[in-house]
Design a protein around this ligand. Structure first.
Ligand code: HEC
Length: 226
């Protein structure tokens, strides 16, 4: 082979190798700087513009007489809420009281009881609303019972027509003995719409009553060491 040709080949090879190493070096330097940690190659961290942690120094909410409110709603079994309303004489407007699952004294009104009979998908996933069967028209409603309104609930079941009253489903204010309690708390395999007991549904309802001074835990007193 001619020496000139050999020179050209070597020359081209050297230029190529120098070019490649310069290129790799440039990429390395621009993404890693002079260290090998390569921080510039990492993904940027995205942060929410809203602070998600609240300062621990935020003062606890206080009611009028200085009691600290733990939660602004009470937690109660839906059946117990209806029960408390019935036991209080089923008032349409006036508030009634109940004790929630945490032992708090709470207050609610019929406005929070009514949705339990009107809303679907409430007692369990896929449950029908009570009114979808026990509708306004007592002529077609099973057990001739209208659960769609306050008046309908008080008028009861087995009604001859829209004007007359029937069997009191509220047990004259005695919850445990009422038809309504029975149909909510026991499953009836042969009655469509009542094949599942719905007594363990817990809901948020009502507002806690302020803790009265009498029920407040007394401050600990120092006892003399023996
Ligand atoms: C799928 C339709 C259906 C749904 C939904 C339904 N029920 Fe019923 N309900 C019935 C049938 C049927 C009877 C029995 C009627 C009979 O015995 O003649 C009945 C009976 C009752 C009775 C007894 C009345 C009596 O005098 O014997 C009460 C109380 C009652 N239902 C309340 C409710 C409540 C509360 C809900 C909602 C949680 C509800 N029902 C949802 C169909 C339904």
């Amino acid at each position: 082979m001619n020496d000139d040709v050999r020179k050209y080949i070597y020359g081209a090879l050297i230029v190529f190798i120098v070019g490649v190493s310069a290129w790799v070096g440039f990429i390395l330097l621009s993404s890693c700087g002079f260290s090998l940690t390569c921080k510039q190659g990492e993904m940027t961290v995205e942060r929410t513009p809203i602070p998600t942690l609240f300062p621990a120094t935020l003062p606890a909410m206080e009611t009028g007489n200085g009691a600290v409110v733990v939660s602004d709603q009470c937690r109660v079994a839906a059946v117990d809420l209806v029960g408390a309303w019935v036991e209080a004489g089923s008032p349409e407007e006036d508030a009634f009281q109940f004790t929630d699952v945490n032992g708090q004294n709470c207050e609610s009104t019929f406005a929070e009881v009514k949705p339990l009979f009107v809303e679907a998908n409430l007692w369990y996933a896929g449950s029908l609303s009570c009114v979808s069967c026990h509708s306004v028209d007592v002529a077609v409603s099973p057990a001739q019972l209208d659960l769609g309104s306050y008046a309908g609930m008080l008028a009861g079941s087995r009604r001859a027509d829209a004007e007359s009253k029937g069997t009191d489903i509220l047990g004259s204010g005695k919850w445990q003995g009422s038809l309504l309690y029975e149909f909510l708390s026991t499953s009836k395999a042969d009655v469509p719409g009542h094949t599942e007991s719905v007594s363990d549904l817990l809901i948020f309802a009502g507002t806690p009553l302020p803790v009265s001074a009498a029920t407040e835990i007394p401050a600990p007193t120092a006892t003399a060491a023996p």
